[in-house]
Design a protein around this ligand. Structure first.
Ligand code: FEO
Length: 421
């Protein structure tokens, strides 16, 4: 049996191989003196509530061992045994004095109930005010929840934890915890990436990780861009000297935390490149031929183009390309007087993520009624994009003249993109 599977093939791993892969657990990693990542790798997850995770993900949890011992966040329910094993390699779980819950979502609290029963259900769980309201609805109300305010501190003995509210980044309960003596920011979901690997740091994993960080931002954090800009301003005003950022997913930023902070600034400003995404679906290749001609026209004007067929690319990968593209061109055949279903799916998904500052255009082939293009334009207009007129529609199969008109349409879109930058 080989591990040399294409990532998507791992969906079909049989039970025996699954057991073998589960044995490749992540051991605790000492990230600073007496501070450990006791989290786990989820090698085989391929769909994280609709987001494609071809390299799996990790659920990071952190143990700070001082005069008092704190556990910061936990892991998904099915990995609670691994978390307990990892903690036990460092300390007896009963010796943990309290838990910090930076975020209520179940990938970080799924194991919390079991952990509390192991460490002692009378031990405090510190969380934000919204966490105080929402955590009992996830794990039951029998625990000692304690709400913290912005700037509150908690002493571990020689170390101090400070809490920062990060409401709606990306849940109402989200918060950061800052360990001042070690200059470590425990950042919950922020600055994360869906990535499973034994390389746990930016200096060991290499620059490829930025593509995963970008995808994570595009598909999770993009709607909160204005709040992220304010948060980064707040962190800067507080003058925190951040030497290490520990997200709850993926690698830890220790060599160059500024790199991911700078990227977040850029992505939050929704700065775009002279680039267009031509996304489409097709029934008999007519809309596909139109897409190819439009992409060629865009490229002839020096615009970087990504043609993306919606049944060949995952919506989360398309969204990653859309995030920094100045242009988005959407094509659909007309099916039963409406949009092709994958187009509706993607437009709904994109609308929720609130990308901004796009030049948009629509095209498509049709047989007899041809409503799809009008429907696309209506959706793109609702997203406050600058929708170009006219659109391009072709009945049945594009002939040479039709292909040339699509090429010219691509050039027109390119000129609008250049004029807007
Ligand atoms: Fe990783 Fe919002 O949970």
């Amino acid at each position: 049996m080989s591990y040399g599977l294409r990532p998507e093939r791992a969906l079909f791993l049989n039970e025996n191989l699954f057991d073998i892969v589960r044995m490749r657990v992540m051991k605790p990693v000492e990230i600073a003196k007496n501070i450990y990542d006791v989290g786990v790798n989820d090698w085989n997850i391929r769909d994280f509530h609709g987001y494609s995770t071809w390299l799996g993900t990790s659920y990071n949890a952190f143990l700070v061992v001082d005069e008092k011992i704190a556990l910061i966040d936990t892991v998904k329910h099915e990995f609670e045994d691994q978390l307990l094993d990892n903690i036990t390699e460092i300390v007896d779980p009963k010796n943990i004095d309290f838990v910090i819950s930076n975020h209520t979502e179940m990938d970080h609290t799924g194991a919390l109930k079991r952990i509390m029963h192991r460490i002692g259900k009378d031990k405090p769980i510190y969380c934000s005010k919204m966490g105080f309201k929402n955590l009992p609805r996830h794990i039951g109300s029998e625990f000692d929840f304690r709400a913290v305010n912005e700037g509150d501190t908690l002493s571990l003995g020689s170390r101090t934890l400070t809490f920062l509210e990060t409401r709606m980044l990306h849940w109402p309960d989200s918060m950061f915890t800052y360990l001042s003596e070690d200059n470590i920011l425990f950042a919950s979901d922020a600055f994360g990436q869906h990535y499973a690997g034994f390389e746990k740091f930016d200096d060991t994993v290499g620059d490829d990780i930025m593509a995963h960080a970008k995808k994570y931002f595009a598909n999770i954090l993009l709607p909160f861009s204005p709040l992220i800009l304010k948060l980064l301003e707040k962190v800067s005003a507080l003058g925190l000297d951040i030497k290490m950022i520990c997200p709850d997913h993926g690698i830890i930023w220790r060599k160059n935390p500024e790199k991911i902070i700078d990227a977040y600034l850029r992505w939050s400003r929704q700065e775009s490149n002279p680039k267009a995404v031509v996304l489409y679906d097709t029934m008999w290749h007519s809309t596909e031929r139109m897409a190819d001609a439009i992409a060629t026209g865009l490229s002839s004007e020096g615009i970087s183009v990504r043609p993306m067929h919606l049944r060949k690319w995952h919506r989360s990968d398309i969204m990653t390309e859309v995030m920094d593209a100045a242009g988005i061109v959407v094509g659909s055949p007309t099916l039963n007087n409406g949009l092709f279903p994958t187009i509706s799916d993607f437009l709904t998904y994109m609308k929720g993520l609130k990308p901004k500052n796009k030049i948009a255009a629509a095209f498509g082939s049709y047989g007899w009624s041809g409503e799809a293009v009008k429907l696309i334009k209506s959706e793109l207009g609702d997203m406050k994009f600058e929708v170009l007129e006219p659109d391009t529609k072709i009945q049945f199969v594009p002939d040479q003249k039709g292909i040339e008109s699509c090429y010219e349409f691509g050039r027109t879109i390119a000129q609008a993109i250049k004029a807007s930058s």
